[in-house]
Design a binder for this molecule. Structure first.
Ligand SMILES: [Zn+2]
Length: 451
C-alpha cells in the first residue's frame, strides 16, 4: 500500500483485488445485513401485514416458526438474526426465497421510500467500480406512482455516481409474455419521457423461476428491444437468467436453452450453469422431462445439426440421444438416467453448445457462491467457471445477492482462485469485460442480429 492509499480508505478498497465491478446484482439482495437489522424493527411495525406474510411463508417453506423477539426483543441478538435470515449454506431455492421474502416484506417498492436503495449505494460507494442492480417494476402501482418510483430510484443512482463509483440499474421484467411486454412498454415510455435518466438504466432482465418459460418465446420481444435500441442513445442490454435450475428438464435441454437465449439475441446469460456443469455431479440420478421438451430439443438438434457437427456433436451422437430417449419413456415422461454413458454424451453436447455460445459472443455472468448454495452443487469441481474459461467464453464474475449471502466481490474472487482454478489475469479480464459493458457506448456486447 502506498502513502496515498493509506490516507484514502476509498483508494485502499479499490486496489486490493482484481475485481471491482460487477453486473449481476439484485438490488434487494444487496442490502447489508447490518442495515437490514437496523431498519427492520421499525419497518415491521410500519408494515405489519407484510411482515406476517413473511413469517407465514417462512413457516410454510421451512417448517420453522420465527420469533422476531429473538432478534429485536429484550434478549434478542444480531447473531440470532443473522442465523435465521442469511442464506449461508446450500439449501433448496424455496429456502432462499423464504429468507428473501423478508426484504420484500419490509421494503415495498413505493415512491418516497429509498431506504433500501440508499443503504446499498452507500455501502457500494465505499467499494467503487461499476455496479449494475436489477430491480423489479412495481406494476401494481398506479401509472403515476410507478413513474415516480422509477424516477426517484434512478435519480438516487445518478446522485451516487462519482469518479470512483458508477451505479446502474437493469429492470427485471416478468417472464410471462403479456406481463413482460406491458412492463417493457412502460419502461420504453419512461425512457422516452426521461432522456436525462436513460444513461443509468442499462438493461432489461428476466429472472425468477424458469419453469415452463423457454427462451424462444421471447424472440419477438428481443427483436423489438433491438429495433428500439437503434433509435436510443443509450441502448438497453438484454439480460436473461437461463440454465440456472433444471429439476424438470435434462441437462442437455437446459444447455440448449442457454444457446437459444443467445441465438435470439440475449446479450448476457445469467448463470448458464447447465451449459458447463460437471455432469459427473448427476451420476446415478434421474431427471424426468416432459415429452414436448424432449421433442423440442431434438427439433433444435436437427435444425442446427451442421453447426453442431462442426463443434464435434455428430449425427451419430444425435442417434445415440434419440435411441436413449426412446428407451427412457416411462409413465408419459422421458426418464433421463445419468449413467456413465449419458454423463459422457451430455458432456460432449455441452462442449458443442459452449462453442456455439462462444461463437455468438454473449457475456456469461457467473455467480459462484450463489451457484454453490442455490444450485445445489456439492463440490467445487462441479462448478462450470473453469470450463467457461477453458472454452474462451466471455464470462464475468458477480455476487448476485451479496447481502443475503453475506459475501462480497473480494470473497468471490478468493473463492474463484482458491477453489475454481482461475488465475489473476483471468479475473482481471473478467473485470475489464464488466467495465466494457458500461464504457462501450452503442450496442451492448454480444449477439447482434441472429434470428
Ligand atoms: Zn441473479
Amino acid at each position: 500500500m502506498n502513502d496515498l492509499q493509506s490516507e484514502h480508505p476509498m483508494l485502499q478498497s479499490q486496489h486490493l483485488g482484481e475485481l471491482q465491478s460487477e453486473c449481476h446484482l439484485h438490488l434487494y439482495g444487496c442490502l447489508p445485513k447490518e442495515a437490514l437489522f437496523r431498519l427492520g424493527d421499525e419497518r415491521r411495525k410500519q408494515h405489519p401485514t407484510r411482515f406476517q406474510w413473511f413469517l407465514a411463508e417462512f413457516k410454510k417453506s421451512t417448517g420453522v416458526t420465527l420469533d422476531p423477539e429473538n432478534w429485536w426483543g429484550k434478549g434478542g441478538s444480531f447473531e440470532t438474526f443473522k442465523k435465521d435470515v442469511l442464506f449461508t449454506s446450500p439449501a433448496p431455492f424455496e429456502i432462499f426465497q423464504a429468507k428473501f421474502n423478508l426484504l420484500i416484506a419490509l421494503f415495498p417498492a413505493i415512491p418516497d421510500d429509498l431506504d433500501l436503495a440508499t443503504a446499498v449505494f452507500e455501502q457500494h460507494a465505499k467499494e467503487g467500480g461499476y455496479k449494475e442492480y436489477r430491480a423489479f417494476l412495481p406494476m401494481a402501482l398506479s401509472l403515476e406512482d410507478r413513474i415516480k418510483y422509477l424516477r426517484q430510484l434512478t435519480e438516487a443512482a445518478c446522485s451516487y455516481d462519482s469518479a470512483s463509483y458508477h451505479p446502474r440499474l437493469a429492470i427485471s421484467l416478468p417472464r410471462q409474455d403479456t406481463a413482460a411486454l406491458d412492463s417493457y412498454q412502460f419502461l420504453t415510455h419512461f425512457l422516452d419521457t426521461h432522456p436525462d435518466l436513460a444513461k443509468w438504466i442499462t438493461g432489461i432482465d428476466f429472472c425468477a423461476s424458469e419453469h415452463t418459460h423457454f427462451p424462444s418465446a421471447k424472440k419477438t420481444l428481443f427483436q423489438q428491444v433491438r429495433n428500439d435500441n437503434l433509435r436510443r442513445t443509450h441502448h438497453l442490454g438484454i439480460l436473461y437468467h437461463v440454465g440456472e435450475m433444471w429439476q424438470d428438464i435434462a441437462i442437455h435441454s437446459a444447455a440448449r436453452w442457454c444457446v437459444e437465449a443467445a441465438q435470439i439475441g440475449a446479450n448476457r446469460l445469467g448463470h448458464a450453469l447447465a451449459l458447463g456443469l460437471n455432469c459427473n455431479s448427476l451420476f446415478g440420478q434421474v431427471i424426468k422431462e416432459s415429452p414436448s421438451e424432449t421433442e423440442d430439443t431434438f427439433r433444435w438438434l436437427r435444425q442446427f445439426r451442421g453447426t453442431l457437427h462442426d463443434f464435434g456433436f455428430t449425427s451419430g451422437d444425435y442417434g445415440w440421444f434419440a435411441r436413449r430417449a426412446e428407451l427412457s419413456i416411462k409413465e408419459g415422461q422421458t426418464h433421463w438416467f445419468y449413467d456413465r454413458d449419458l454423463v459422457e454424451q451430455t458432456t460432449l453436447f455441452q462442449n458443442a453448445a459452449m462453442s456455439m455460445v462462444q461463437a455468438l459472443g454473449p457475456i456469461v455472468e457467473s455467480c459462484p457462491t450463489s451457484n454453490m448454495r442455490i444450485g445445489g452443487l456439492t463440490s467445487e469441481s462441479h462448478h462450470p467457471l473453469k470450463r467457461f474459461a477453458d472454452n474462451d467464453l466471455n464470462f464475468v464474475i458477480a455476487t448476485d445477492d451479496p447481502g443475503i449471502f453475506d459475501i462480497d466481490l473480494r470473497s468471490e474472487e478468493n473463492f474463484a482462485t482458491a477453489h475454481l482454478g482461475l488465475s489473476s489475469s483471468q479475473l482481471r479480464e473478467s473485470n475489464r469485460r464488466t467495465e466494457s459493458i458500461f464504457t462501450n457506448l452503442g450496442e451492448p456486447l454480444g449477439p447482434r442480429a441472429h434470428s
